[in-house]
Design a protein around this ligand. Sequence first.
Ligand code: GLN
Length: 309
Amino acid sequence: MTTSETRSLLRHVLGISAAALAAHPEQRLNATQLERFNALVTRRRAGEPMAYLTGKREFYSRDFVVSPAVLIPRPETELLVEIGLSHAGKRVLDLGTGSGCVAITLALELKQARVTAVDYSAAALAVARDNGRRLGATVDFRESHWFSAVDGPFDLIVANPPYIAEGDRHLSDLHFEPSSALTSGADGLDAIRQIIAEAPPYLASGGWLFLEHGYDQAVAVRELLKAAHFSSIEQHQDMAGIVRVSGGCLFSNNEYGKSRIGIIRNLSVTTQVGVNLPPLQGEGWGGDGVLRGILPPIPLPTSPLKGEE
Ligand code: GLN
């Protein structure tokens, strides 16, 4: 246990700021406070994360309440928020919201957006709603197993789903957190496979899906996105240089026809990779209105189509 952790627990028990503790180091703990402090130190020594001991964690410069019902917000998930902010449209969905940190941050940063957030854990949703209230965010929180209780369409869908493989050696360090928020099948990709497969009917044409995933899942997630006919596939590195967030854009048959002129007129070729769109003559479209096959690259919008309602 580090000195800084000891100080944090002291501040937590005393209910004072770092500055107040520094200004009054002579303060004494009363019997109740001492008992609480000792209990917290024991839990910390047993490996419990600081966020569960203090009941909060900072994410995107805001304090979120956390409990063992939710995954502790991670700095790498701020990348998912950044990408969401740069690809957002009016209707946003966060899948597996947990503490609500992604949905609430998007709602607070994107004043025009309507944000829906789902989790299938009622206990997690209670934490998320509490955070939404405390931080003054308007988010439609719903109990839903992925898409089961949402309607759509959405211009942006984001998710930090469970993605650790069952039996992964990192799990032993994470056993205080809900395993349903961490693990997902033998290769860790079950949730991601399901989300990518089920997302298309819930996306507006030109809408984006972005997922956080594990350090070694970039290729698998890209292939899943391609197989589900996403185009403009983007893969983003976290601060450690690891590809952490992948996503793509989906066009439906009809909307693609409408949007094509806009694409050609307004947009320059950007750094996007894996742009797969059909030739002008409608080849490559499935009967269900979804892109099929590998098609010649043309420039694509970097943000969802505007003006869709
Ligand atoms: N990023 C977390 C970790 O590796 C896992 C979060 C998740 O499974 N969504 O500790």
